[in-house]
Design a binder for this molecule. Structure first.
Ligand SMILES: Cc1cc2nc3c(=O)[nH]c(=O)nc-3n(C[C@H](O)[C@H](O)[C@H](O)COP(=O)(O)OP(=O)(O)OC[C@H]3O[C@@H](n4cnc5c(N)ncnc54)[C@H](O)[C@@H]3O)c2cc1C
Length: 383
């Protein structure tokens, strides 16, 4: 990739630029080297498309899947991915699938108080948590249940673990086999612009391999979105996250494998999150988080994943740019973002809860939105 970044650009507010051409091979990516999608490029590189999707992670893959499997499916969709499929956050996350509004193991009194308060407020808002959330406030019982010697309280909720690359690449394989999705990997999008003097509602999607004229463009480019849509600078901020794969010792092996997945919360009002799943298949423990151990500066505005969150995602039309749509900025627990609301002319997978509420990061509460399901995510105007 030969994309020139000028010095002026480097000195402006943080510019995420383009995905690093040589990302590290994460635990999940190491275990899927036989995927037929690695290095995949559909035979023809088209000059035009109904929809171009930028990015092949969970957001891009689920956008393609739901568009193609839905009613009035577009005739042709092209997906452009800067590197290999799912080589971004989707290929290197914790594999923990749960609604982020519920907190699991509170590791001290203040964390327990905050989350119990949030649960009470949520119930007062009218939520029905019967059979969904079990709150264990007795520290001894919490310790026994969680097998964590510092547990203070436990919220037990339905959750699961998965291999995120397999989920996203599985959706992409269905799109290719059933619907002829045109997928072009190692094809970074350099810019998206209006054709000069065009009266048509179309966009030019520029790549080094040629340009594509698209009626609609969906940005599923996560932390890199502001490179192509500068109005998202400081709105979608790339944040470094890290998790590791650990071979379990005897107390966590054989019959003693962990039967549940975990999130750990520390402190209040800002809570640190650590999370842990144990893979039932081979017992590997995936442990993530650790943000409390490093400075905030070392986490924010980081896009380099070669050596080794924003909060509420942006989903919907881009203000003032007809035909452009965004599905980006999914932070931790982005794997729960697969449910499908119906928008007027395009479907988007977003984080939606059964009752139409959404998660309010700043208060740590789940909120109802009387304007309708998508209200929490709809983009109005960028200032
Ligand atoms: C360490 C870590 C742990 C996490 N743990 C969990 C967890 O346990 N549970 C959970 O639910 N969520 C977790 N998350 C969050 C989750 O991984 C993300 O929310 C989700 O993967 C986001 O998917 P996405 O498709 O929006 O972004 P990505 O998977 O990052 O996909 C964006 C894609 O866009 C491509 N792209 C960007 N710019 C361009 C361009 N100009 N041209 C072409 N392509 C481009 C990138 O190469 C990339 O492949 C974790 C994240 C991290 C980093």
């Amino acid at each position: 990739m030969h994309i020139h970044i000028s010095q002026e650009q480097e000195q402006e507010t943080f510019d995420p630029r383009y995905p690093h051409p040589n990302p590290s091979i994460s635990f999940w990516l190491q275990g899927t080297r036989s995927s037929p999608l690695l290095g995949f490029r559909s035979k023809n590189f088209p000059e035009s498309a109904d929809v171009v999707i930028i990015g092949s992670g969970l957001s891009g893959a689920s956008t393609a899947y739901f568009l193609l499997e839905g009613e009035n499916a577009p005739q042709n969709i092209v997906m452009l991915e800067a590197r290999d499929v799912c080589s971004g956050a989707t290929g290197r996350n914790g594999g923990h699938c749960k609604p982020d509004c519920y907190k699991d193991v509170a590791m001290n009194q203040s964390a327990g108080d905050v989350w119990l308060g949030a649960l009470a407020e949520y119930i007062a808002d009218g939520a029905d948590v019967e059979g969904i959330v079990e709150w264990i406030s007795d520290p001894e019982e919490a310790k026994k249940l969680s097998r964590c010697r510092h547990a203070h309280a436990v919220a037990r909720i339905p959750a699961g673990s998965l291999w995120p690359f397999k989920l996203a690449s599985g959706l992409l394989e269905i799109c290719i086999k059933r619907h002829n999705l045109n997928l072009q990997t190692t094809t970074p999008v350099i810019a998206v612009r209006r054709p000069a003097n065009s009266k048509h509602d179309s966009w030019i999607v520029e790549t080094e391999r040629g340009n594509i004229i698209a009626k609609k463009v969906v940005f599923a480019s996560n932390g890199f979105t502001a490179t192509l849509l500068p109005e998202f600078k400081d709105k979608i901020t790339p944040v470094r996250g890290q998790c590791c794969a650990i071979i379990p010792t005897k107390p966590f092996s054989g019959p003693d494998l962990l039967k549940e997945t975990y999130s750990f919360r520390w402190g209040a009002p800002l809570s640190y999150l650590d999370y842990m799943i144990q893979r039932p298949k081979d017992g590997t423990i995936i442990l993530g988080g650790g943000r409390s151990q490093v400075t905030l500066e070392s986490q924010i505005d980081q896009t380099d994943d070669s050596a080794k969150d924003p909060a509420v995602p942006y989903v919907g039309p881009v203000h003032g740019k007809p035909g452009l749509f965004i599905n980006a900025g999914h932070s931790g627990y982005g794997t729960t973002s697969l449910e499908l609301p119906q928008e007027k002319d395009i479907n988007f997978p977003v984080i939606i809860f059964r009752d139409g509420s959404y998660y309010d990061l700043f208060s740590g509460n789940r909120r109802f939105d009387e304007r309708g399901k998508l209200g929490g995510y709809r983009i109005t105007r960028m200032f």
